[in-house]
Design a binder for this molecule. Structure first.
Ligand code: ADP
Ligand code: MG
Length: 260
């Protein structure tokens, strides 16, 4: 059967993407590609533009120049000759629904239980019937190892449990792409593993993922591709074992010596 996965259209394709905040050029002609079903880990020092890049993919920031596409559909706008092509707000909203995002801070609704957090968007945005949403949420809670926590409020969950609920909440929208922005950076060290394990399972299930992380063990084990960014440019990228084991650039070496 011919579908997007077999036709070779990358899930995310960036071609000379640039983005400035005022005079601060944060992304300087970024080019990279994430094939469907693959995991890309994005690493680099603070301020190098990693979050901004994820935010551009998810329509939280607008690209200034270059082409950025998700499954072949253009994100934001681009110049075509002297004309600007812009994605319509409705198309952008539709595209965003297919993209799950998990942040450093868990961002759960504090006044809702774990289950209520998970069923909120499917019911409100996707118009899923409540019973179906609840059944799916229970499955997702089991999948992230929290089958017994449906009725717990975020304040009564550990950081690692909250982050796993946040992952389940993103999955409830049945995304085709998951973006993780330092999902374990705010966690106590002993809670990092349980979140990485859930992400690893997700990767093994075939989910396309971009993961900003400093967890190089995870990157080495799970990523198909590791991209090192610094100062708004892709300094080097490739097979994680190769980039981590035999970095080619001084900036990569300097960064890895601090995080490994
Ligand atoms: P990273 O995630 O790699 O730490 P960011 O993408 O968060 O990097 O930030 C890259 C640069 O962009 C930083 O200099 C930051 O101050 C700047 N920046 C990010 N978001 C904004 C914004 N909304 N307005 C102005 N500057 C921003
Ligand atoms: Mg960041």
């Amino acid at each position: 059967m011919m579908n997007a996965a077999t036709s070779g259209v990358p899930m995310v394709h960036a071609d000379r993407v640039s983005k400035s905040f005022g005079s601060n050029e944060v992304l300087k002609s970024i080019s990279l590609s994430v094939p469907q079903g693959e995991v890309m880990c994005l690493v680099g020092p603070s301020g190098s533009g990693k979050s901004t890049f994820l935010r551009c993919i998810n329509h939280l920031e607008r690209v200034d120049a270059g082409r950025l596409s998700v499954e072949g559909v253009l994100v934001g706008y681009e110049e075509r000759g002297d004309k600007l092509y812009e994605l319509k707000p409705r198309e952008a909203a539709r595209q965003r629904r297919d993209i799950g995002m998990v942040f450093q801070r868990f961002n759960l609704f504090p006044h809702m239980t774990a289950l209520e957090n998970i069923i909120e968007a499917p019911i409100r945005v996707n118009k899923v019937k409540k019973e179906a949403a609840v059944a799916h949420a229970q499955e997702l809670l089991a999948r992230v190892g929290l089958a017994g926590k449906a009725d717990a409020y975020p304040a009564h969950l550990s950081g690692g449990q909250q982050q796993r609920v946040a992952i389940a909440r993103a999955l409830a929208m049945e995304p085709k792409l998951m973006l993780f922005d330092e999902p374990t950076s705010a966690l106590d060290p002993e809670l990092v593993g349980e979140v990485l394990d859930v992400m690893k399972g997700l990767a093994e299930s075939g989910m396309t993922m971009i993961v900003v992380t400093h967890e190089m063990g995870f990157a080495r084990e799970v990523a198909d591709q590791l991209v090192f960014m610094d100062g708004g440019v892709v300094v080097e990228s490739g097979d994680p074992d190769q980039v981590l084991g035999n970095p080619q650039h001084e900036r990569t070496k300097a960064f890895l010596s601090k995080v490994l």
